[in-house]
Design a protein around this ligand. Structure first.
Ligand code: NAD
Length: 275
């Protein structure tokens, strides 16, 4: 069975649009992009478009590649103090001379709609989240939409980034799964993944997960995005698994949810900022 992201994303975007109409004002989203990374440019373009569709006023602040950490922090502080900005994101990855951890810590946690500030991540681990990073939040939306209840299930997360793997594991623990995290140093990956009733893969390696590494009937959520011979593919051998597992396609799976959940976070920031 194929777990399509499109209907889930459409449902969320519709809810966000309705929420914005109810607010009575247009939430402001500031998107900071540094340098000329082509993938970042595409992602930001999609975010600007979806925001406009939902009635959110998104503005891109595009800075040159050579921007210093101090200059970037200065802009972030300006946006922190701007009442028209309800949410702010700094598009990653940053050029190598900038320290992402330090930069993200400059964002006011009340405007941290990417959920990557240590305060937001800490609140998530504590089971009392403020803003949940959009991609793992999107994975939970897919599970919920297709009525895959994580409670009591064996879940395996492959990947341990702050953006996907770690918050994903926290969300699943908070939803009462038994969670294992695998990563680049894990030995015998297949023996771990094969135990999963819910398998989330966020690595960035095409066909890392092969047919014999997945349990029959498992829910497989493929977060990976890789470009192979000009085509987008995930981390899972989709063709080999589409009849054996319930699986998200790439493209058309989690990617659609990431932007939708970001918009959901912006609405939440605007609702809370109003109170
Ligand atoms: P990352 O590079 O920060 O992390 C990759 C993780 O994979 C690391 O924790 C590493 O330990 C692990 N890893 C590397 N090789 C491994 C191996 N052989 N076996 C097991 N684990 C291994 O990447 P990220 O930011 O977490 O993104 C992961 C993937 O998800 C990328 O392909 C990225 O493009 C994609 N992504 C998609 C979306 C979306 O909207 N669908 C959003 C964010 C990231």
């Amino acid at each position: 069975m194929i777990l399509e992201g499109k209907p889930v994303a459409e449902k969320i975007l519709k809810e966000v649009k309705a929420g914005v109409e109810k607010l009575g004002f247009s939430p402001g989203l500031a998107i900071v992009r540094i340098g000329e990374d082509p993938a970042s440019k595409t992602y930001v373009g999609t975010k600007l478009k979806r925001a406009a569709d939902a009635g959110i006023t998104a503005r891109e602040h595009h800075l040159k590649e050579s921007t210093t950490g101090d200059e970037l922090i200065e802009l972030i502080h300006k946006l922190n103090n701007d009442p028209a900005v309800h949410g702010m994101i700094v598009q990653l990855p940053l050029p190598p001379h900038l320290d992402a951890n330090k930069i993200l810590e400059g964002i006011d946690p009340e405007k941290d709609v990417d959920g990557l500030h240590p305060y937001s991540l800490g609140r998530l681990v504590a089971g009392n989240p403020t803003f949940v990073p959009a991609t793992p939040q999107g994975v939970m939306e897919i599970l919920n939409y297709y009525e895959i209840d994580p409670s009591g299930k064996d879940a395996v997360v492959v990947g341990r980034s702050n953006m996907v793997g770690k918050p994903m594991a926290a969300l699943l623990v908070n939803s009462n799964s038994t969670v294992e995290i695998c990563h680049s140093r894990t030995q015998g990956l297949g023996a771990h993944t094969k135990r999963a009733e819910i398998l989330i893969v966020a690595v960035g390696k095409p066909k890392l997960i092969k047919e014999d590494m997945v349990r029959e009937g498992a829910a497989v959520i493929d977060v990976g995005i890789n470009r192979v011979e000009g085509k987008l593919v995930g981390d899972v051998d989709f063709e080999a698994l589409k009849d054996k597992a319930r699986i998200t396609p790439v493209p058309g799976g989690v990617g659609k949810l990431t932007v939708a959940c970001l918009m959901k976070n912006v609405l939440k920031a605007a609702e809370e900022g109003k109170m």
